[in-house]
Write a protein that binds this ligand. Structure first.
Ligand code: FAD
Ligand code: NAI
Length: 470
């Protein structure tokens, strides 16, 4: 250790990137501190992101199953009554338990939590709440913030025009909810309120939902959400929202231009993306510039252009996902300790936690064709969940698994799944790809019966041959 600094490592931000980096650094014997300006540890993910959204998704699935006949279909006659306050209570309990868990892990690993907003003074010193803290290495893990929509003012306290944080906490089920942006947040939180009884319209600029996912998956998503009662306005942009009392009026226009129309709503969710957060960080004091998208660029080891300063998570390029941030946190800490920390950015799964779930890893069919330069250079195997015995038995017929492989080498390039448990299923695909698997490797791996995962095996069988059950 270099004794001229207070710490070997100071991490700025205690989200999944930062807190994981701090723990790994401490495990490797480095004297570590972590600055966090929030009242609790865990960042966006634990406080207002992954965890509370899943708490509401899970609870609302139960309500929906009871209210809309799924339970009756299995011989359980119930008439549910929504206790929204209690539903929010179990959400905040989940958040409290997990954020306190990180506090415990910090104590266990002797990591000092520096409470307050950290601002760089120079490359080895930071000011936090009037205190100067110095470190040999500083990791920027400041995450991301909601992208604002010009002309639309979010006020989470009023609960009329909200962002994802406000949409998690609505005290009443809105009668009419309009979601601006048919991406991950819009569909997850739109699903929650749709299931609890709101009349939900999703306005999406592009011609399909879920940009970034495989084309077949996006098309199917549109059908599934429509079937669940959501109204979709694709190829449409919102040009303004005005609020009078508790009512909002939205002005919409076709994305390509044309006649405007208006929509009334009790609640508007703005979910058009997130942007990297470097506010108040004082990057100018260390001459560290962000790129055009506001991100901090790093090399393969997560070093920035400033010696001793590293960056990970949502604030650097790549998908804005908690597990990507965590893996970068581990690799970055290992690199600081002189080990070889690597993240394979080609194999990062993405999951939308609606019901069914939408999941994928690797290339989309469109990307694979573009990369290999010819449609004939890939092979695709598909298997519908309708033909999977477990999904069928569980009354979960929606979805499919799709495997894209290199036609010449049979190496798996991408796996896409729509299924009730697609998020769990996709882990095996990520592992197979990490090990360089061919579709044949997956097809000849014994899968337990009856499981949803058998659909992955059958899709792999469909790549070069024939599945059994269709
Ligand atoms: P963050 O989690 O944003 O943490 C950064 C922390 O740094 C914050 O706590 C902030 O207060 C602190 N900070 C910032 N600047 C300073 C400073 N100068 N000084 C001190 N502290 C500072 N991802 C998934 O993988 N799965 C999901 O299911 C999922 N669901 C989501 C649902 C919602 C509603 C949202 C909004 C996001 C969701 N995400 C999900 C994305 C996920 O939350 C982020 O990818 C992840 O939190 C990024 O981690 P991070 O450590 O880079 O940053
Ligand atoms: P997103 O990028 O997923 O989706 C935004 C959508 O809004 C896009 O489809 C875009 O075309 C559309 N859009 C943009 N401007 C528009 C406009 N003016 N009018 C209509 N539509 C417009 O962003 P989202 O949903 O806000 O989520 C932000 C990020 O948070 C995600 O990209 C993801 O990284 C993370 N997240 C991850 C989750 C998960 O892993 N399950 C869950 C929630 C968030």
């Amino acid at each position: 250790a270099d004794h001229s600094y207070d710490y070997d490592v100071l991490v700025i931000g205690a989200g999944p990137g930062g807190y994981v980096a701090a723990i790994r650094a401490a495990q490797l014997g480095l004297k570590t501190a972590c600055a966090e300006s929030r009242e609790t540890l865990g960042g966006t993910c634990l406080n207002v992101g992954c965890i509370p959204s899943k708490a509401m998704l899970h609870a609302s699935e139960y309500f929906d199953a009871a209210a809309n006949g799924a339970m009756a279909g299995m011989g359980i006659d119930v008439k549910p009554k929504l206790n929204l306050e209690a539903m929010h209570g179990q959400r905040t309990d989940a958040v409290d338990g997990l954020t306190k868990g990180i506090e415990f892990l910090f104590k266990k690993n002797k990591i000092d939590w520096k409470k307050g907003l950290a601002t760089f003074k120079d490359a080895h010193s930071v000011e936090i709440g009037g205190e100067t803290v110095t470190a040999n290495n500083i990791i920027i893990a400041t995450g991301s913030l909601v992208t604002p929509l010009p002309g639309v003012e979010v006020d989470n306290d009023k609960q009329v025009v909200v962002d994802s944080t406000g949409a998690l906490e609505l005290a009443k089920v809105p009668k009419k909810m309009v979601v601006i942006g048919g991406g991950v947040i819009g569909l997850e939180l739109g699903s929650v309120w749709n299931r609890l009884g709101a009349d939900v319209t999703v306005v999406e600029f592009l011609d399909q939902l879920l940009p970034g996912m495989d084309g077949d998956v996006r098309k199917e998503a549109g059908k599934i959400f429509k079937k669940q009662g959501m109204e979709l306005k694709l190829k449409t942009k919102v040009t303004g929202v005005t609020v009078k009392g508790k009512k909002a009026t939205l002005t919409l226009e076709p994305a390509a231009g044309g006649d405007a129309e208006t929509l009334e709503a009790d609640c508007v969710l703005v979910s058009i993306g997130r942007r990297p957060n470097t506010e108040g960080l004082g990057l100018e004091n260390i001459d560290l510039e962000t790129n055009k998208r506001g991100q901090i660029e790093t090399d393969h080891d997560f070093r920035t252009s400033v010696d001793g300063v590293w960056a990970i998570g949502d604030v650097v390029p790549g998908p804005m996902l908690a597990h990507k941030a965590e893996d970068e946190g581990i690799a970055c800490a290992e690199n600081i300790a002189g080990q070889t920390g690597i993240v394979n950015h080609d194999v990062i799964p993405g999951v939308v936690y609606t019901l069914p779930e939408f999941a994928g890893v690797g290339l989309t069919q469109e990307e694979a064709i573009e990369k290999l330069g010819d449609k004939a250079k890939i092979k695709v195997g598909k298997f519908p969940m309708m033909a999977n015995s477990r999904a069928k038995t569980n009354h979960e017929p929606d979805g499919f698994v799709k495997i894209i492989a290199d036609a010449e080498t049979d190496r798996v390039l991408g796996v896409w799944a729509i299924a009730s448990v697609a998020g769990t299923m996709i882990a095996q695909a990520a592992q197979a790809m990490e090990f360089g698997a061919t579709s044949e490797d997956i097809a000849y791996t014994c899968h337990a019966h009856p499981t949803h995962s058998e659909a992955i095996k059958e899709a792999a069988m469909a790549v070069t041959g024939k599945p059994i059950h269709i």
